[in-house]
Write a protein that binds this ligand. Structure first.
Ligand code: SF4
Length: 326
């Protein structure tokens, strides 16, 4: 990576964050802030595009997501942490990019079909979602974008838009952002599918110790392992897969061996996992609730980040308007 690398990424405020967010995307954000200038934003415009009818929940969720970002260890001095809608330049650049983006690029977006509800007409904003994403990234001349695999096609559109802008106006202004894939394992939820709010299978940052224990107890294990002495199959067990997100490989191997040799029972293992998760979650949860109880402090941190982001965004837009001759 070059020295002028800039990391940009956003999170939609669509609900209370869960373990899958904390141990996945957000842990990667924390790692990256040690090495690069980072712009991390709460993507409230994107949330609006996805659930316009629940727009009143966005502000409350924004507060919760912001508290989470701070609780997991993002440092407002190292990273620029801000709220997308508070930096209007995102929409200005979105409008300019809308003028140069062929509709065909957006129609072939493979995730569009999943996002559209079959019985409803396609909102214009949802079609243009990747154009706003391009504006989000390129406003800060982002070169590195931490993404999940499902977001990669959107990033390809960001690159195409950057190329098109540069070629139309004969400049080398916008970089072509590259994906930084997350190396943390995707955590299974309590039903074994990917942990996701839409599957209602999450362990949330707000869950207390008893709730964590209860949820882990409900998890599906190897159905053939009835007694402790039965040899189990950890590879098909979601307890084992979830645990891998929190322990090192030596610990995991030991558990694996004990399970297949019939030396570990599922109830015992679930209690162990609940303790491991709680050990990880408790300090984060404490900080999270601290920020929720100290709203003034929380919004002050957001204002600080909004100002830092606005300064960079305004400078980019000044240059962009100059390039396009407005
Ligand atoms: S002992 Fe643990 S890894 Fe083995 S099947 Fe039971 S819960 Fe899964």
């Amino acid at each position: 990576m070059a020295n002028n690398d800039v990391v940009v990424s956003g999170i939609r405020p669509t609900g209370v964050p869960h373990l899958g967010n904390l141990r996945g995307a957000l842990q990667q954000w924390v790692d990256l802030q040690e090495k690069y200038p980072c712009f991390y934003f709460i993507a409230d415009w994107h949330a609006l595009f996805g659930l316009e009818e629940r727009s009143r929940e966005i502000k409350e969720n924004t507060k919760k997501v912001l508290a989470t970002l701070l609780a997991v260890g993002l440092d407002p001095e190292k990273s620029t942490i801000f709220i997308q809608s508070q930096v209007p330049e995102h929409l200005t650049l979105f409008t300019i990019f809308s003028a140069i983006t062929p509709v065909g690029w957006l129609e072939r977006n493979p995730t569009l079909k999943d996002m559209v509800r079959a019985e409803e007409p396609l909102p214009y904003g949802l079609l243009g979602y990747p154009v706003l994403q391009a504006a989000d990234i390129l406003l800060y001349k982002g070169t590195m974008v931490p993404v999940g695999k499902d977001q990669q096609p959107h990033l390809e559109i960001s690159r195409e838009i950057a190329r098109r802008f540069n070629s139309l106006f004969g400049v080398e202004f916008f970089p072509e952002p590259q994906a930084v894939l997350n190396e943390y394992p995707v955590l299974p939820g309590t039903d074994g599918r990917k942990m996701s709010k839409s599957y209602s299978n999450v362990i949330s940052i707000e869950d207390d110790r008893e709730t964590v224990r209860f949820k882990v107890r409900q998890m599906i294990t190897d159905p053939q392992k009835i007694r402790k002495s039965d040899p189990g199959h950890p590879d098909i067990c979601s307890v084992f897969q979830l645990e891998k997100g929190f322990v090192d490989s030596a610990y995991s191997k030991d558990i694996y061996d004990r399970c297949v040799q019939g030396l570990l029972g599922c109830v015992e293992h679930k209690n162990m996992l609940a303790d491991i998760i709680w050990q990880y979650l408790e300090p984060i949860r404490e900080k999270y609730f601290y920020y929720l109880e100290h709203e003034e402090e929380l919004w002050k941190i957001a204002s600080y980040g909004n100002e830092k982001a606005t300064k960079v965004a305004k400078e980019t837009m000044r240059e962009v308007l100059d390039i396009i001759g407005l």
